[in-house]
Structures are given as C-alpha cells and as structure tokens.
Write a protein that binds this ligand. Structure first.
Ligand SMILES: *Cc1c(COP(=O)(O)O)cnc(C)c1O
Length: 377
C-alpha cells in the first residue's frame, strides 16, 4: 500500500448501528424527555438479557456515578479503606475519595495485567492484623481483559470483603463462560463516548439483588421518601440516565456482538502483522477468558521504543495512547497506601494502545502497521 492519505485515525470513536435515532424519535414523539421512561426500561432489559446470570441493571448518567453508588451501597463512608486496582483509569478510584474514604492501591499480575491476587491478600492480611478491615475491593477488567475472577472471589469470600467489578471497558467480555459485569458483588458499566458501545455519556450498575437495584435508583434520583411532598431522610444524587440517551443505548445493544467481533478482529490483525517484530509483544487470553479487546495494546522493550512508535503514528495523524498510568504513581494519590511489584509501572512505560475502533477499515489497520514496521526497521 502507498500511504497517500493523511486522514485522522482515532483511538476509539463512536460507532452507531443505525436504529439509535428511531428510539430517540420515539422519546420525542411520546415526550419522554426525562431521566426516566420506556427507553431507560428498554435499555435496562437489553443489558439484563445480554449479561444474563440473574442480573438487574440500573442505568445511570455515568460509570463513575455507578462506582460511587456501588461504594455507597456497600456501606463505604468517611475514614474507611477500599482496595483498588492501581493499573486503571482514574474514574475507578476517584469515587472512593468522594465518600471521604481512602484507596489502597494494588499492583497487577502479568497474565491479565489486572489486580494481583497475591498482593491483594497480602494487603488484606496486613490491614486485618492492624485491626482495620477494608470495606471493598475494586477490580477492573482493563482493556476488556477479564481479571482472575476465581482467585479474586475466593479472597473476597475468605475475608468477607465484597468486590465491585469495574466492567467499564469489558461489556461483551466473559470469564469461564460468565459475562463480565456479573462476576462481582456489584458490577458497573460505562457508555462513555469511546467505550465499546456508547450513549455519548452514561453508565449502569449491575446487581443480582432486585432490592439493591431499587436502592441504587432511589439514591440516583435524590433519595425521596414515599410521600406526596418532597421529604428526604438520606442524602441522594442526581445520577439517573436520560431517556433520550437510553434510546441510543437500545440501538447500540443491537450491534454489541458485531462491535466485539470487530474489535477482536482489529487485535487479530495487529497480532498477525506485527508479532514477527522482535520489539512487539501482545497479551494473550488465559484459559477460560474471552476479551472484547476494547483497545488493542502492544508491549515494547522500553519507554524509548514506545515513544518512537507513538510519535511516528502521531506525525501521520494517528492517535495512539500509552497504557494507563497507575494510580499509585499519580500526583493526586501520592499520599495513598499501595502494595506494588513493579508490574504496572513497567506496563505503563512500555505499552501503547493502538487505534481500536470497531469502525476502522482494513486500510486504516494497514496504515498503522506499515508505520510501525517502518519505524522499527
Ligand atoms: C470509562 C471508565 C470508567 C468511568 O466511566 P464513565 O462513564 O466515563 O464515568 C471507570 N472505570 C474504567 C476502567 C473506565 O475505563
């Protein structure tokens, strides 16, 4: 191929399926322009049918809001401690601080890049011995790759600490045949603009307990007591999803399986065309795990090589992104406790997310690969 085009290639851009506007029009025609209505119910039903496993879904205004409510529902409050995967996007950890609680960051293992069970248990033992049991564990399926759910659930049960499953990047992934979002005590999803499906902005809280869903919606709609007048016995939030945006979500659910297939095909393409390069490596799925490959990531031998590739792509108008900077290395969390092993820092320094949208063409993928191959020649 000769690279004559310089058209922008985005990291992960929205990809509409076609029926979204139909649902939005329905909302307009019936005047359901509110944070409730048939699209919200319809979107929740579609999520519940897809994730299955007895899940109840509450659609919210963001994934961050969903994590905030999940922590609140698990009783996290001022002065409590919450164990949180360090290698993640900041929205996994920020809500801990909204409640006046403190994060304890846990580094990753090398097989899935997610929360390391050994370090997690070490942290719990140390905390329990010092007389303070952490209130919750936040584990993340980063880039769509499922974390070691069996090991994490065993630790959770052994010490009686519930798991919030941050599935913001992992709708469509599964572990042992069970869909991500239904593996923890409370699951959360995100429908932000760059996620595998999007409502432009939005999220959901997933639970196996109908009462927990009811409580989540109660808190998300300003915690009104049952009374004709406006009476409140608890502090509430304004976190419910708009019925207009839920219409986008209903349309997106119809193409979710296609989106997963396209993202996985991107990953397979990159692997096929780049794995022969000495400087490029990929993360494979462990047995029983199925990743939606939300973002295709490569690992290089060093920060220098990573940066060379990133800059070469950028010069050709192609967006790529270093892997998430771990929370224990973030200025805002410099005082937070952490249990580290160097894994996430090394991944951050050496890793790069390549363009991964489900709407990329084969020409786009070829252009990306050609630039990387040329740069490493
Ligand atoms: C996107 C994301 C969130 C937050 O979701 P929003 O809907 O953007 O608030 C949380 N955790 C992870 C890992 C994410 O990637």
């Amino acid at each position: 191929m000769n690279i004559i085009t310089n058209e922008k290639i985005w990291l992960s851009s929205p990809h509409m399926g076609g029926t979204e506007q139909h649902y939005i029009n329905e909302a307009f025609d019936s005047n359901w322009i509110a944070p409730l209505g048939p699209n919200v119910q319809g979107f929740e039903k579609a999520i519940e049918d897809f994730v299955s496993n007895d899940i109840h879904a509450a659609c919210l205004s963001s994934g961050t809001g969903a994590i905030h409510l999940a922590l609140k529902l698990l009783g996290v409050g001022s002065g409590d401690e919450v164990l949180c995967q360090s290698f993640t996007f900041s929205a996994s950890a920020n809500p801990i601080t909204y409640l006046g609680a403190k994060p304890i960051f846990i580094d990753s293992e090398l097989d899935t890049w997610n929360i390391c069970p050994i370090l997690l248990e070490e942290a719990i033992i140390e905390k329990v011995n010092s007389g303070k049991r952490p209130k919750a564990i936040i584990a993340v399926h980063l880039y769509g790759m499922p974390y070691m759910a069996n090991e994490i659930m065993n630790i959770s049960k052994k010490y009686g600490i519930p798991v919030i499953e941050d599935s913001a990047e992992a709708l469509g992934s599964s572990y042992g045949g069970v869909k991500c979002g239904s593996l923890g005590d409370i699951g959360i999803l995100s429908f932000n603009g760059n996620k595998i499906i999007t409502t432009s902005g939005g999220g959901a809280l997933l639970t196996k307990d109908a009462k927990t869903k009811e409580k989540a919606i109660f808190l998300a709609t300003q915690a009104r007591d049952e009374a004709a007048h406006y009476q409140h016995s608890e502090i509430g939030y304004n976190y419910r999803m708009s019925n207009v945006l839920a219409g986008i979500g209903r349309g997106q659910m119809e193409v979710l399986e296609d989106r997963v297939a396209s993202r996985r095909a991107n990953f397979a393409y990159y692997k096929k065309h780049l794995l022969h390069l000495e400087a490029i490596d990929f993360l494979d799925e462990v047995e029983g795990s199925f990743s939606n490959r939300w973002l295709s990531c490569i690992l290089t031998p060093s920060f220098k090589v990573r940066e060379r590739i990133r800059i070469a792509l950028s010069e050709e108008n192609i967006e790529s992104r270093p892997l998430w900077k771990p929370m224990h290395l973030q200025p805002v969390f410099k005082k937070a406790a952490s249990f580290t092993n160097g894994v996430s820092q090394s991944l951050f320094e050496r890793g790069l997310c390549l363009p991964s949208g489900s709407n990329l063409s084969t020409d786009d993928l070829e252009r990306v690969c050609e630039i990387i191959i040329n740069e490493l020649k």
